[in-house]
Design a binder for this molecule. Structure first.
Ligand code: ZN
Length: 295
């Protein structure tokens, strides 16, 4: 494991510990604690930048080790269900994007099986998904889905420079070990004045403050914990102007909620079948950001 040497938000080198790691296993055992079907919610050592207060996981595994972990999780994780809750979430995000863009070509970075692309029929969508097995060639709207990693896809010319009007990336940035490099690559794919829309956990949210170390977004696979201030500062440093950063109510169904409670608190809540698919907009501490490439 390696300590983060430089703050991706302000470039400074001093970090203070917020919470010690509560994961004692090896990297080989870590896949069981990654993503939706994790055995238990655990996190690495959580630290804060002494200058800009950006919160991050440090030390982190090597990028190649994260790649390997995601490959292992993809082998056993059930395919993401197209539940009512997930549809409600994508509908809401599509509405937010629609406030800035009416037509054009976009990339959904971390597109899964293309579910969000299906919510954007008025646009020409391209998806990129690193986990093979969840993605298919094209989806209902004939959007193209590329299975692979960002850098090789850019290098091979599968994704062309300055070819997208906007990029969406939902709950992805916090997973990227090479965050600054990857956002730089995404920036190179945007046309002048193009937008990047993202959703990420908000470490300054009420949910995060109320839950402390037990906030459900402190997780082994989450490497970066933005606040509205540090998210804006990060994108400004990357050559973007902040257009909006807003809280996002996270539609979740009762079954998912009960599973998260069990992973965090070890409490098994019985979920009556009649309400298992009920969808609630939860203040889980997630935010939506809209950033525009500076000309
Ligand atoms: Zn900093």
């Amino acid at each position: 494991m390696k300590d983060v040497a430089e703050c991706p938000v302000c470039g400074q080198h001093d970090f203070l510990e917020l919470f010690p790691s509560n994961y004692s296993g090896t990297v080989e055992q870590a896949a069981a604690f990654f993503l939706t079907d994790r055995a238990k919610a655990v996190h690495g050592r959580i630290a804060r930048c002494a200058r800009c207060s950006f919160v991050l996981t440090s030390p982190q595994y090597e990028p190649a080790q994260y790649d390997q972990l995601y490959r292992e999780v993809a082998k056993v994780e059930r395919p993401p269900g197209r539940t009512r809750a997930v549809s409600a979430r994508y509908r809401s995000l599509a509405d937010r994007v629609g406030a800035y863009a009416k037509s054009g070509r976009f990339l959904d970075f971390g597109c899964g099986d293309g579910h969000f692309l299906d919510h954007m029929p008025q646009f020409q969508g391209v998806g990129l998904e690193v986990r093979s097995g969840v993605a298919v060639g094209t989806n209902a709207n004939d959007c193209r889905i590329i299975v692979g990693e960002l850098e090789p896809a850019v290098t091979a010319g599968l994704l062309k420079p300055a070819s997208f009007d906007f990029i969406t990336t939902w709950d992805v940035l916090e997973h990227l070990p090479m965050l600054s490099r990857d956002v730089g690559l995404l920036r190179s794919l945007l046309k002048p004045g193009g937008f990047l829309f993202c959703s990420v956990p908000n470490v300054a949210s009420f949910a995060a403050k109320l839950s402390g170390e037990r906030w459900n977004c402190y997780l082994l696979e989450h490497l970066w914990y933005f606040s509205p201030t540090t998210l804006g500062a990060f994108f400004e440093r990357q050559g973007f102007a902040t257009r909006a950063v807003r809280p996002f109510l996270f539609p979740a169904d009762v079954t998912t909620l009960a599973s998260r409670v069990q992973q965090t608190y070890g409490l098994r809540l019985p979920v009556p079948k009649a309400i298992a698919n009920w969808t609630l907009p939860l203040p889980a501490g997630v935010m939506f950001g809209a950033f525009q490439l500076k000309s």
